[in-house]
Write a protein that binds this ligand. Structure first.
Ligand code: NDP
Length: 299
C-alpha cells in the first residue's frame, strides 16, 4: 500500500496570495498608482453565489487586489446588464471582470460571458479564450481558474505529465473540457469521460492522473484506481449529515476514504481545488493589470 500525500490547496493558495501581495508591493514601489482591480457582478441573491462572491472578495483583499462587487437585481434585463458590462469594459481602472454564474434563466449565459472584453475575462469563459485554449499551441489571455488550479496542484505534486495517462471525469465548459485541453497541451494522453461512458472502472484502472469533475458525491471508488494514481477532486457536493449543525456535509466526487488507500497524491474536499480556484482568480487579475501596465509603457 502506498503512503499517500494530501495536496493541500489551502496551503498552496495562501502562498499564491502572499506572492501576489509581494509582487504588487514591488511594482507599486516603481509605479505608485498600480492597483490591480477586479469587478464582480452578482445577479440575484442565490446563497451559494453570495458565498462564492464573499470568498472571492476576501481572497482578493488578502492578496492586495482591489475588488468591487456590484449586486444587481434578479430581474435585470439583458440590455441593462450588457450596458453595465460595456461600461466596465471601457473603464481602464478595472483590469478583470467576473460575472458570477449561474445567471437567472431569462439571461443568455453565452451572450453575457462573451460580452466581457476578452482582455479582462479573468474567468476565461469568453469564446476567444476558450477557443485559444482548445487549440494546439493556442494563446488564451486567461486560463479558467478551476482547471488552472488543478494543474498547479499537479505541479506542486511534482508530476511530469508527459506521456502519462490522464482521465478526466466531466466535459463541462467550466471544468472538464478546459482541464483536458491543459493536460493534452502538457503532453499527457487524455481520456475524457462523461455520463455516457460505460466502462469507467476499466478506464480508471489505467489512469496515472485522475481529475474528477462529474458533480456526483463520493462517486469514484478507490478500487477503481491504479495503485499510486494522482487524484484531483474538483467536486463540491453537499450530502445529508445529522451529526452537523447545518445537517449537511461537503464531499467531493471521489470517495476519499477508499481512494487514499490507492492514491499517491490526493486532494481533500474541502481544502483542495476550491481555494486554488480563488487563488488563480487573483493571479489572473494581477496578470491583467501587469499587461495593461506594460502596454502603457510601450505607448
Ligand atoms: P456539470 O454538471 O456542468 O458537468 C458534469 C459533467 O460530468 C458532465 O460533463 C457530465 O456528463 C459528467 N458526468 C455525469 N455523470 C458522470 C459519470 N457517471 N461519469 C463520468 N462523467 C459524468 O458540472 P461542472 O463541470 O460545472 O462541475 C463539476 C463538479 O465540480 C461539481 O461538483 C461542481 O460543484 C464542482 N466545481 C467545483 C469548483 C471548485 O472551485 N472546486 C468550480 C466549479 C465546479 P454529460 O456531459 O454527458 O452530461
Amino acid at each position: 500500500q502506498f503512503l499517500y500525500h494530501t495536496l493541500s490547496g489551502t496551503k498552496i493558495a495562501k502562498s499564491i496570495r502572499d506572492e501576489a501581495n509581494q509582487e504588487i508591493e514591488q511594482i507599486r514601489a516603481r509605479v505608485p498608482g498600480f492597483k490591480p482591480t477586479l469587478k464582480i457582478f452578482q445577479i440575484g441573491t442565490r446563497p451559494d453565489s453570495s458565498a462564492y462572491v464573499r470568498m472571492k472578495l476576501k481572497s482578493s483583499e488578502e492578496s492586495g487586489v482591489h475588488c468591487n462587487v456590484e449586486k444587481l437585481p434578479e430581474n435585470i434585463s439583458e440590455v441593462e446588464l450588457l450596458n453595465k458590462i460595456d461600461d466596465v469594459n471601457k473603464n481602464d481602472a478595472v483590469h478583470g471582470i467576473l460575472i458570477q454564474l449561474p445567471l437567472p434563466k431569462h439571461l443568455d449565459e453565452t451572450k453575457i460571458t462573451n460580452s466581457v472584453l476578452h482582455t479582462k475575462d479573468v474567468d476565461g469563459f469568453h469564446r476567444y479564450n476558450a477557443g485559444e485554449l482548445s487549440k494546439k499551441g493556442g494563446e488564451p489571455m486567461f486560463i479558467p481558474c478551476t482547471p488552472n488550479g488543478c494543474i498547479r496542484l499537479l505541479k506542486e505534486a511534482g508530476v511530469n505529465l508527459r506521456g502519462k495517462n490522464a482521465v478526466v471525469l466531466g466535459r463541462s465548459d467550466i471544468v472538464g473540457t478546459p482541464v483536458s485541453s491543459l493536460l493534452k497541451n502538457m503532453d499527457a494522453t487524455v481520456t475524457v469521460c462523461h455520463s455516457h461512458t460505460t466502462n469507467l472502472p476499466e478506464i480508471l484502472s489505467q489512469a496515472d492522473v485522475v481529475v474528477a469533475a462529474c458533480g456526483r458525491a463520493n462517486y469514484v471508488k478507490g478500487e477503481w484506481l491504479k495503485e499510486g494514481a494522482i487524484v484531483i477532486d474538483v467536486g463540491i457536493n453537499y450530502i445529508p449529515d445529522s451529526t452537523k449543525k447545518s445537517g449537511q456535509r461537503l464531499v467531493g466526487d471521489v470517495d476519499y476514504e477508499s481512494a487514499k488507500k490507492k492514491a499517491s497524491f490526493i486532494t481533500p474536499v474541502p481544502g483542495g481545488v476550491g481555494p486554488m480556484t480563488i487563488a488563480m482568480l487573483v493571479q489572473n487579475v494581477l496578470l491583467a493589470a501587469k499587461r495593461q501596465l506594460s502596454d502603457s509603457n510601450k505607448t
